[in-house]
Ligand binder design. Sequence first.
Ligand SMILES: [Zn+2]
Ligand SMILES: [Zn+2]
Length: 345
Amino acid sequence: MLQTVLPQPLELELKEVGVPTPAAGELVVRVRAVTLCGSDVRVWKGEKTGGVAWPATIGHELAGEITSVGDGVTGYAAGDRVSLAPWFTCGVCEYCLTGETNLCDNMEVFGYGISGALAEYTVIPALGVANGQVVKTTDALAPEISALAEPLACVYHGHSRSRIHDGSTVLIVGGGPIGLLHLELAVLAGAGTIIVSEPSASRREFARRHGAHVTVDPINESLADAVAAATGGTGVDSTIICIGHGGLVAEAIEVTRKGGLVNLFAGFGGDGTGTIPLNTIHYRQQDVIGNSGATLEDYRYAVELIESGRIDLSEYITDRFPLNELDAALNRAISGDAIKVAVIC
Ligand SMILES: [Zn+2]
Ligand SMILES: [Zn+2]
């Protein structure tokens, strides 16, 4: 079978290796599709090295079917269509014990510390099988759509902490795939006014088709003026920052109303610092929150949202590449024009 391997950043090998056989507790999955994520791109470029085991086989947003089942595994059979919640949590740390498994002290992530899915077959380690991270999925959807449960789960985790409800005014800063998934959930929650700030014209157009009431080109338009016009000068109830530019945070806080909330959803580039208006937060009594990962419950809910049709992700895969063109797929993901790039294994 073919397996992609990154010996180090910006170097890619396609290796012919034997099809794996599962050890006790493991599952072997024939990978059908892997969607690429901003963090895959950061590993490829060498910007993300923490938590990555080199040489690396990346890929954590996957769907496929089980081909063989290790001794002792119950509840799964060859032929099951599955996707994977890629967060391997320990189950015994303070956070796991209180249900905040996304904050697990000992987390390892499939596709980073654990060899990932960009191969024809992949092994799901026993811990993930035992945790219930392998989720059976419908075969009514294309596998590259099922793979999107992973980013949707992370977005749902952030959304559920952002106080968005019927009639809310919401600002989404950054209309890439993550910002657009936040848009879908805000629409589903009945938000009254949703503003998306995004420099790419094609992504702004996508956002309008998917329910954004106002889109802003932050390069050529004033975000503050657009928010003031859309909210009668009040500012938005909730702002979600979906692009990791620290310089955008101060303005996002300024356009959020008194008592409002700002979610730093994105991870931030550079040295990860920025300047924020402390007295705006203080006098406006705002909540500025962070966000990281998702729980298994979030993942299962994301699968449910996709399979029930309550969220339609059929337009999200803008590009498809075969496994032997992973470098082209990564470059396409870097381009900033695609929504989601899928590798069809
Ligand atoms: Zn991802
Ligand atoms: Zn833990």
